[in-house]
Design a protein around this ligand. Sequence first.
Ligand SMILES: C[S@@+](CC[C@H](N)C(=O)[O-])C[C@H]1O[C@@H](n2cnc3c(N)ncnc32)[C@H](O)[C@@H]1O
Length: 390
Amino acid sequence: MLPPLSPEERRHSRSLAGHIRAQLAAAGGWLSFERFMELALYAPGLGYYSAGSVKIGVGGDFVTAPEVSDLFNRCVARQCAEILTTTGGEILELGAGTGRMAAVILNALAAQGVLPERYAILEVSADLAARQRARLAQLPAQLRERVVWLERLPASPVRGVMLANEVADALPCRRFTWRDGAVRELGVALAAGSGEEISFREQSAAADAALLRACEGLLASLEGELPQGYASEVCLRVQPWIASLSECLARGVLLLCDYGLPRRHYYHRERASGTLRCHFKQRAHADPYINVGVQDITAWVDFTRIAEAALAANLTVSGFATQAAFLLAAGLEGLVAEADDGAPRARLAGEARRLVMPEEMGEAFKFMALTRGYDSPLSGFALQDLRHLL
Ligand SMILES: C[S@@+](CC[C@H](N)C(=O)[O-])C[C@H]1O[C@@H](n2cnc3c(N)ncnc32)[C@H](O)[C@@H]1O
């Protein structure tokens, strides 16, 4: 059972549903799931990320690792320090959420004497950008002055680090189903007899050439046929996204963290209804057609697709590790041990367990390092290697 919508949430959700209904009508009654997800999350002024709900954190819909514990942020800071020591330059964070990770990273780098020339944030959500500004305004002046918000990727290529935690899973994805030996695209139509309440339903259609090509590629790499009625996701936005990031990376490391799997595990025949997840008030469920505009919609990341996109964009795939392996290699245990004995250490130990235990975030989340012109060590990847991608 999901919690009920507040009157304000209901009003907001109806407005966005009306907007999607108009888009459906203009498109002849059917939209791809990718377009639906784009509207649900990013329609200007109405989408989940464009509008004002709390979203991230304990009072919101979901909690990300940077909000679970600053141990996560301090480990990422250590990896950034190592990279910046080699490359100099800046940090560019994509989708910085509440700004908490940025604040912790800047403080940690200041303490180590390896501050970036600037800390740039590219955030598509005006609401989250406002929250980031409020939080980062509280930093000491010499840190605050280094933070800038960008409207688009920088025109002059970046030297240093690019960070993206839980951004790839928020890129709108296509959905497909496998029926009678063929791929069909899953999309959205208006549910019949909706009346006052606007509701949507899933409807399949012939797959277009781009989706067919992507599915042929992934089906060829799997062992055996998929079961009848199998449904899953494929994110065609990954390739242009990675290509655009690659274009503006002169030298350094793009560090991605997200929940996801290598392809052969992602499209396992037993994961027969895909990886799509919605988050509403700390509950996870699988129905993207309810609560539109007031719940998050995500799909797991196919890290093989990220690696392929990176190679096609002339980046090197230099590291791939579970979150647990990354954080432990980056010194998580030492950070816990440094804390004062008693309650402070016990609290950090609890947070560390949540970050690394396999049944919590430790295995489902992965770190990947994509590099250009960077041959120095990446200590966060010392405990695991690229064999996980095979
Ligand atoms: C799930 S939240 C993660 C936020 C934060 N990184 C964290 O871990 O708490 C996804 C974030 O990505 C942003 N986002 C989505 N698409 C983006 C894009 N193409 N470029 C930059 N940010 C994007 C969203 O606005 C949001 O801030």
